[in-house]
Design a binder for this molecule. Sequence first.
Ligand code: DAK
Length: 262
Amino acid sequence: MSYENIIFQIDQGVAIIKFNRPKALNAVNTEVLRELGQAMDAIEADSSIKALILTGEGTKSFVAGADISQMVNLTPIQLRKFSRDGQEILFRLEALPIPVIACVNGFALGGGTEITMACDFIYASETAKFGQPEINLGVIPGFGGTQRLSRLVGKSMAKELCMTGVMISAQEAKAIGLVNKVFPPDKLWEEAMKAARAMATKGRVSMRAMKRCIDRGYDVDLHSGCYMESDAFALCMASPDGKEGMTAFLEKRAAEFKGELD
Ligand code: DAK
């Protein structure tokens, strides 16, 4: 499979997707969405991939939003498709059974911030900037921004960011709970890889169950979420990985997870 607008690599079980339109600060157009879909197909089909990192090519930008020069020429029907395709890709990203880190090396604006919020967590460079500036263009976020931001940082903070359209620094994004960790630019990639590699050694069955419980449980009441957790916990215990993890502990050795999903 060939890619022109993203770079897709696999490094010892860690998949890497780099947005690769540096001249347009990695703005997302319909081609980027199509290639992301292809990369997602490849990740879903390869059980040796245990973690994914998303980042931007170059030093200036993660993704500076949807490509305004393309969007401005789309008809309302094409725009609805663009928005639904973007939302669909982000649902797929969110539902991957592996951990996904957004490694934000610069601007993450509009669609850029929306992509980071569909990842499991965000590591950012000290130089990164986040924001939902769509209001400055006379539109609103179209890839789930009005929905995911309020769930992550609360309704009033989401309203302030979307209604003012201001950019915030990585440190501010960390203070409101959008970003997990902030690193100097030259340490960001190393730290993201370190976290991805550490998670890649964990059991695939428990990682998938954990992610589903946290994501699906977040949208239901506490009792329903806890029932979901009990079922998933019992399934993990019954799985070969669960047995291996417990046995390895009792035998004082490192666990060797096979990651059989069924
Ligand atoms: N789209 C297209 N090109 C972009 C771009 C973008 N979002 N952002 C930057 N570029 C291009 C610039 O046009 C420029 O191209 P050239 O002039 O060199 O050809 C090049 O990247 C470098 O940008 P600047 O010269 O502007 O660089 P600066 O360092 O001066 O400024 C900046 C960097 C990130 C502050 C600035 O470029 C900027 O404000 N960019 C726009 C950021 C933005 O507004 N992002 C949100 C886009 S709207 C929907 C679906 C989706 C969405 C909405 C609705 N539906 C279908 C309903 C999502 C919307 C968005 O994401």
